[in-house]
Ligand binder design. Sequence first.
Ligand code: PXP
Length: 245
Amino acid sequence: MKLHVNVDHVATLRQARGTSYPDPVWAAALVELAGADGITVHLREDRRHIQDRDVRVLKQSVRGVLNLEMAATDEMVRIAIEVKPHVVTLVPEKRAERTTEGGLDLVGAKAGLERAIRALGEAGIPVSLFIDPNDPAVRASKDLGAPRIELHTGDYCERVNPIDHQPGDAELTRLGDAARLGVKLGLHVAAGHGLDYGNVGPVAAIREITELNIGHAIVARAVLIGMERAVGEMWQAMRRARAAE
Ligand code: PXP
């Protein structure tokens, strides 16, 4: 089972002040040193967190897998073909949304997805489709020619009470069934969105899911775990100034 860490929200913190820090590229290096298998970033059309520069520098610096999440637009396909991440995950994107809501519309957006999968495939970039965990979506992904799928775990994470996170839960069953079908059809199956320290266990236990993409929970925890040291370093900087008087 592989862990890919999404560092978008390190960039969110940077963009909130227009500073050059915290740099998601630095965060990605620390994430890899901590043992993660890959880095995931979402280059959104509105550039609200990750910037074009981040993707380009990450392609140079990431030692494991760089997974670029993006909408299936001509602009994004052009950038991906230029930068050549190891994998592209196509996701639905709405301007007003706070984060990706739901999986791709594989019927309504079929023509655009087909075009993007073909262009990226010809450039040697494997494509993963971010889909809702159900039978028709898995089969449609296969028919579209994508070698990979990422199952949206949002419903499992949002609707299920933490104490219900156990085998037999309906959302968990949906994830397991979709993952098994994906593997049966020869697809690489990942999962992600909304996973945290409390709910990750039952999803990680599904053997057919071989990769998890997790971002917000890890970045949020890093902020708290690092707080004591960060405050201590500020005290040191202040005391140095007094000692130098
Ligand atoms: N997978 C996909 C396709 C996503 O769009 C996101 C969010 O950017 C994630 C995984 C990570 O979700 P979270 O930040 O909730 O862990």
